[in-house]
Design a protein around this ligand. Structure first.
Ligand code: 8DG
Ligand code: MN
Ligand code: MN
Length: 368
């Protein structure tokens, strides 16, 4: 494909799974504002408005040119009035007053801080905000709060966890995970999924998918190893279970939202070196890293890989497309044809796209 095709706005699909979205975003100015708006609506549990901005952001990430006048977005899908207002203002003023208002909003600022802690979501933030708490310092000072095991770990390793995971760190952790898994399951397949599989250079965590061809012997894999924090969620998947139709449904794999201790000389830990006593100053030579470990039965591997590679928006649109355009239900375990009432087996992501009648989209083109 050396010849560039003429760009026809009205031919752009409303589904990101029918578009190829790389990390070259020419419209970051707009998409950053949309993502702030979307996050604020998410904090207000307004899923409809939040999705409206996320879909618009994903369309502009796909555009091969920067938007400079309103005419540039003519005919594009997902451009509702609320979205257009923000675009128009950014074109005229260089920034969005609405997004700016959000960034200065007390509730948004508090929720942003609270949800930056591992184990704290919108529900907990809501509770803390209603109690009158506004900052993480106030949360930490409040001794009446009952923190979960996950949240305690989140506070304990906060500085490390808010700093991004680099590709080099992901590679180092990948070696550790591979070696550890290998001692329990010599034939196991370990794959990095999530943002790193889509070609991102940094991430908030590292996502791994683990599968073992042959008989299932993976039961105690997750409890062993080098984890600083590990809350193992047992598999709840029932054989032949009809996929869930919810667009953001969680899956039922055995998984673990963990914190791994990456011991490596040279990791950036300047913020941690104790200063109480200069002579005794201990140099912290490790970094806490968020790792998601997901174990899948071999038959479901392709579906799990597709689901856990993301992006989140790409996954949402795949499910929505399957449901509305194909009368099929897709989740991280399976694809179910509602009309034929059968499960469609797949050994690779390519086969899943084929079942859905979609052109294959490479992982690095799924940055919707
Ligand atoms: P990042 O970590 O670099 O910030 O981005 P990411 O890798 O794209 O995001 P992620 O939050 O780590 O999630 C990776 C993909 O996994 C995402 O597309 C959604 C998908 N996913 C599931 N189930 C679950 C789940 O239970 N929790 C989370 N956080 N993600 C899930 O399929
Ligand atoms: Mn990730
Ligand atoms: Mn993750």
């Amino acid at each position: 494909e050396s010849e560039a095709l003429p760009f026809i706005a009205s031919k752009v699909s409303q589904y990101s799974c029918q578009r190829k979205t790389t990390l070259n975003n020419c419209n970051k100015k707009f998409t950053d504002a949309f993502e702030i708006m979307a996050e604020n609506y998410e904090f207000k549990e307004n899923e409809i408005f939040s999705l409206e901005f996320l879909r618009a952001a994903s369309v502009l990430k796909f555009l091969p040119f920067p938007v400079i006048r309103m005419k540039d977005i003519q005919g594009l899908p997902c451009m509702g009035d609320r979205v257009k207002d923000v675009i128009e203002e950014i074109i005229e003023e260089g920034e969005s007053s609405r997004a700016k208002e959000v960034l200065n909003d007390e509730r948004y600022k508090s929720f942003k801080q609270f949800t930056s802690v591992f184990g704290v979501g919108v529900k907990t933030s809501e509770k803390w905000y209603r109690m009158g708490l506004r900052t993480l310092e106030e949360v930490k000072a409040d001794k009446t709060l009952k923190l979960s095991k996950m949240q305690k770990a989140g506070f304990l390793y906060y500085e490390d966890l808010v700093s991004c995971v680099s590709k080099a760190e992901a590679d180092a952790v990948s070696l550790i995970v591979r070696n550890t898994v290998c001692t329990f399951l010599p034939d196991a397949l370990v794959t990095i999924t999530g943002g790193f599989r889509r070609g991102k250079k940094t991430g908030h965590d590292i996502d791994f998918l683990i599968t073992n061809p042959g008989p299932r012997e993976d039961d105690e894999l997750l409890q062993k190893g080098l984890l600083l924090y590990c809350d193992v969620i047992e598999s709840t998947f029932l054989k032949e279970q009809i996929p869930s139709r919810k667009v953001d449904a969680m899956d039922n794999f055995q998984k673990c939202f963990a914190i791994l201790k990456l011991c490596q000389p040279g990791v950036d830990n300047s913020s941690y070196n104790t200063s109480k006593n200069t002579d005794m100053a201990e140099v912290k030579d490790w970094k806490a890293i968020r790792v998601d470990l997901v174990i899948t039965p071999f038959e479901q591997y392709a579906y799990a890989l597709l689901g856990w590679t993301g992006s989140r928006q790409f996954g949402r649109d795949l499910r929505r497309y399957a449901n509305h355009e194909k009368k099929m239900i897709l989740d991280n375990h399976a694809l179910y044809d509602r009309e034929k009432r059968i499960f469609l087996k797949a050994g690779s992501e390519e086969e899943i796209f084929a079942h859905l009648g979609l052109d294959y989209v490479e992982p690095w083109e799924r940055n919707a």
